[in-house]
Every structure is written in structure tokens, then in C-alpha cells.
Design a protein around this ligand. Structure first.
Ligand code: 6LW
Length: 505
């Protein structure tokens, strides 16, 4: 079934690019939101908004190795799964699962959501992913995990009390009851879950009971949100969290994907954060659509974040949107060695290796351009877009030539070789719609990789069908990340530019 064309300019996704498993809370007039981050370091990006539409990243909750010691063997889409972010007893609480070797569930807290966040409190008695925190009025804290089970927890010490108890586990026959969130609303405790799996069958269901442990009565209208078996341009909608606005209205954040191209459609930005309005009918939530017109929000919109396309690496530390594979040891990634440059030092092989030295930023636009000025006189590296070790493409330079290298599953090929002048060069990567006609076999986009001449003219060395950098091909839980890497020796980057490309009407 051809995917319907998206509605007119909507507010969604409110946080584009791979920002899955959103969890939201409100303090006064300020909203805060956190997402999962998998094999990347730092982990768990934390955002702030005043209008639920425009979000600014404050930082990352897990930004120290003592909080996030991701081992080199952490596989792509391993590491940090779904968080829950709450505010209680004067502080922010973030509970999350590190599925990597030696990880487990943990809690970090902060008085300022921009950080610093505390050292982790480990939760050996909490077994399962997608942990949620909810408190009774007397301070009793319940931790609920996918499955769905629940255990009483002291969130200050990590001690659990008694064996876990099973709660409502969703619609009979539906798979993967997960992403539980528990809310006290009016006279009821509401248990919100995702079910159906995070692919095209994803959906959100809810039940309510008189106590935090149930018994729970399922909503007669479940699933209260799904796009399964529809032609909606946003698919895989699920993994939601609820928040009440200061005016009493209710809202839901959720993950969704935007497949493009022919059938089945390929999504390349990963699972993004979307917003939907919620109303209540006879004590049950009714979720509005994600085709949300920003002008329809019942409050004035704050000005969105202004982001400079270019990072000159002049700050003492990298901006919070930069993410590195598994760790960011200054031995391999530093702006301190050559002021105004990012220095990357290879520690193993190419992007095919789990311990590749790669620092990038999430691709957040369907069409975009990235450029970087690189000095590869002491090594080999360049500019890449990656999904994982087996799905990436790059324009790589050493002191004498540039190569376009593509990796699709077991296939690895050099698509082009091009001589380079001595000295730093500008590498470029552009992602645009496929050329018309958009036939049934069209991929979602085309990746063009090249080198700029000294006069700024771009020599495109190769183009790459973007479907091979999509989740439908690669699998996994992340989305494309565009960045810089070192495959050998030392490679230095003077600046990095990322900006959306406006497609012709
Ligand atoms: C997340 C869980 C899920 O923890 O995927 O498919 C995990 N469902 O809710 C990672 O996003």
C-alpha cells in the first residue's frame, strides 16, 4: 500500500533523528525529556521545553565512564535501553537499563537536569528492561518493568522488597508488553504499556486499577494508539509516556518512524520522538493524532533552539549532541591536543570494528549535508554515515588520496578513489531525495560523497542507495549517525558542518 503523503507542516517529530523511547516529566512550566542511546557515549540525552514542541538538549545524563562503562564488545543497539525520567522529592530521577556486560538497571539523580547527574545506584533486585518509577503519597516507591512485573524499591539505596509481582500484561495474544509507566490520576492508578513490538505492529495500551499493584481493568478501546495496518506516513508508533500541562490538558510523547521510498518503505532516522494530544472520556484517555499543527497548541510557542551549522571545536568540550562509539577516552578523542581541532586517534581498525574511533551526531533531517575539513597527514580517516559496523559508507582520506568506502552486511567495497592535494581537505556527504521518477523500487534517499576543490566546487565521487542504511535492512534500535572517524594513525578535524538541505518543491 503506498504510504500516504505526510500532512501539512506539522509539529512532529518534535525531536527528530534517533531519539527513541521518550520519557517526559514536568516541573512547573518546564518539561524535561530523556531518550535511550544504546552503544553511544555519552548516554541518555536530556532535553528541555516550555511548549512541548521545541526542545533543546541540556546534556546527557550518563556522561562519565563511572556511570556508563560500555565495554568495547558492546554490540550496536546494545548498551542503554529505555529510560524513565521523573521529578520527586525535589530532585530528578532517571532509571534506565544498561544491557551491556556487567550493566543492569540503575538510577541516577540530579537537582539540575542539565547535570551533573549522580553516580549510579545499582538495582540488582530489578530484573527486566524499561524500568519505571512511581511513588505513592506515603513515599512508597514502585518499580515496574517490561513483562509486566513490579517490585517495591527504595530508590535511594536500590534495595528491593519482596519478590516481583505480575501486573496486567496487555492485550491477550499481543506480543512484547513493555515500556510500562504507572500514574496516579484521580482515583485510579493507570498502567500505560507498549505492545506488539517496536516495528510496524507497535501500539500503546492502558489499564487502570485502584492500587499500584492492580488488579487492572484494560481500556475497552485498546490499543489507544497504533498506526499498524494503516497507510499513515508515521509508523511503528508506540513506547509512550504521559504528561499533564499546567493548564490541565494531557499530552503523550511516543516513538515513531518515517518510512520513505517504495514498498515497504525504509526509515533511516531511527525511531524519533513524536507528540500527541490526549483527552479523557469516561476515565479513559483518547489519543489524538500525530498530525499536529503547532498553531493548534493551546499556548504560544517558544522560539525554537537556534543551532549553528558549524562546530569549530573551539569550546573546551564537545557539544552535547556529539556522541562517540562506546567511550570517549581523551587518548582517542580530544579537542585539547590541537586547539580548535578535534583530534581522533585510531585504536583498531575501520568502522567495521566494534572499537572504531567515531564521533558523530544524529542525522535529524531527511535531506541534509555534512562537511568537514580534515588533516589526514598523520593517518587515515574521514566522514561517514553509519547505522552499525555492517552498514555504513564513508569518504576516507589519507595524505594522498580519498576513497569512498561502502559496507552493506557482508559486502565491503571501495566505490571510488581520487587523488588529493597536500594539506587539509574538505570532505562532503549529501543526503537527498532519490531522483525522479520515484518508482516502486526507489530507495528512501541517495547519499552522495565527495571532496571539495580549493575553490569550493564539489567533486561527487560516488552515490549510494540509502535503503542500505535503513533499519529495515540493517535492523537494530538506532538510526543514522553522521560523523568523523580515524581508521589509522591520527586524524584531525578543523570543523564540522551539518545542515538540512531544502528539497526542490
Ligand atoms: C526498549 C523496548 C523496546 O527498551 O526496544 O522494542 C528497546 N521495544 O521498549 C530499545 O528501544
Amino acid at each position: 500500500m503506498p504510504v500516504q503523503q505526510p500532512a501539512a507542516r506539522a509539529a512532529n517529530p518534535v525531536i527528530p533523528g534517533f531519539h527513541p523511547d521518550p520519557s517526559i516529566c514536568r516541573v512547573g512550566d518546564d518539561y524535561y525529556l530523556a531518550c535511550s542511546s544504546f552503544e553511544y557515549f555519552p548516554g541518555v540525552p536530556v532535553f528541555h521545553s516550555r511548549d512541548l514542541v521545541h526542545w533543546t538538549q541540556l546534556g546527557n545524563a550518563l556522561d562519565r565512564p563511572s556511570q556508563l562503562p560500555l565495554p568495547a564488545g558492546t554490540p550496536s543497539s546494545g548498551g542503554i535501553y529505555a529510560p524513565t525520567l521523573r521529578h520527586h522529592d525535589g530532585r530528578f530521577w532517571l532509571i534506565v537499563t544498561d544491557v551491556s556486560e556487567g550493566g543492569g538497571n540503575l538510577i541516577v539523580t540530579a537537582t539540575d537536569p542539565a547535570g551533573p547527574w549522580s553516580e549510579p545506584v545499582r538495582l540488582p533486585g530489578v530484573q527486566g528492561i524499561d524500568p519505571d518509577l512511581a511513588w505513592e503519597e506515603d513515599g512508597t516507591c514502585w518499580c515496574t518493568v517490561a513483562g509486566v512485573t513490579q517490585v517495591r524499591l527504595d530508590p535511594y539505596t536500590g534495595r528491593t522488597y519482596g519478590p516481583p509481582r505480575r501486573l496486567w500484561s496487555g492485550t491477550p495474544g499481543a506480543k512484547a508488553p513493555e515500556a510500562p509507566h504507572l500514574y496516579r490520576i484521580g482515583d485510579h492508578w493507570y498502567l500505560l504499556i507498549a505492545e506488539g513490538g517496536t516495528e510496524r505492529g507497535h501500539g500503546v495500551s492502558i489499564a487502570r486499577g485502584r492500587t499500584p499493584g492492580g488488579p487492572f481493568e484494560p481500556c475497552p478501546a485498546n490499543p489507544v494508539l497504533t498506526h499498524r495496518s494503516t497507510g499513515h506516513p508515521v509508523q511503528n508508533t508506540g513506547h509512550a509516556d504521559l504528561v499533564q500541562a499546567p493548564d490541565g490538558s494531557w499530552w503523550m510523547v511516543l516513538l515513531g518512524v518515517r518510512p520513505r521510498g517504495g514498498t515497504p518503505g525504509w526509515h533511516v532516522l531511527g525511531r524519533e520522538t513524536f507528540l500527541a494530544p490526549v483527552t479523557w472520556d469516561n476515565g479513559w484517555p483518547v489519543v489524538g493524532g500525530v498530525d499536529l499543527d503547532p498553531a493548534a497548541l493551546p499556548w504560544p510557542l517558544s522560539p525554537g533552539p537556534v543551532e549553528e551549522p558549524r562546530d569549530d571545536f573551539e569550546l573546551g568540550e564537545l557539544r552535547p549532541y556529539w556522541i562517540s562509539l562506546r567511550d570517549r577516552s581523551p587518548e582517542y578523542c580530544t579537542t585539547g591536543e590541537r586547539p580548535g581541532w578535534l583530534t581522533l586517534r585510531a585504536r583498531g581498525g575501520s568502522l567495521d570494528e566494534p572499537d572504531a574511533v567515531f564521533t558523530g551526531r544524529r542525522q535529524q533531517h531527511l535531506s541534509c549535508r555534512a562537511r568537514t575539513r580534515v588533516d589526514a597527514s598523520e593517518g587515515r580517516g574521514g566522514l561517514a554515515v553509519r547505522l552499525d559496523e555492517r552498514h555504513h559508507c564513508a569518504i576516507e582520506a589519507d595524505g594522498t588520496e580519498a576513497r569512498v568506502i561502502a559496507r552493506i552486511g557482508d559486502l565491503r567495497t571501495v566505490m571510488a578513489v581520487h587523488p588529493l592535494p597536500a594539506g587539509p581537505v574538505v570532505l562532503a556527504l549529501t543526503i537527498t531525495d532519490p531522483p525522479p521518477p520515484h518508482g516502486p523500487c526507489t530507495g528512501p534517499d541517495v547519499v552522495s560523497l565527495g571532496v571539495e576543490r580549493p575553490d569550493g566546487t564539489l567533486d561527487v565521487l560516488a552515490t549510494f542507495d540509502g535503503r542500505y542504511l535503513s533499519t529495515e535492512v540493517a535492523g537494530g534500535f538506532t538510526g543514522r549517525v553522521i560523523g568523523m572517524y580515524a581508521a589509522a594513525g591520527t586524524v584531525r578535524f578543523d570543523w564540522f558542518e551539518y545542515e538540512p538541505v531544502k528539497e526542490p518543491e
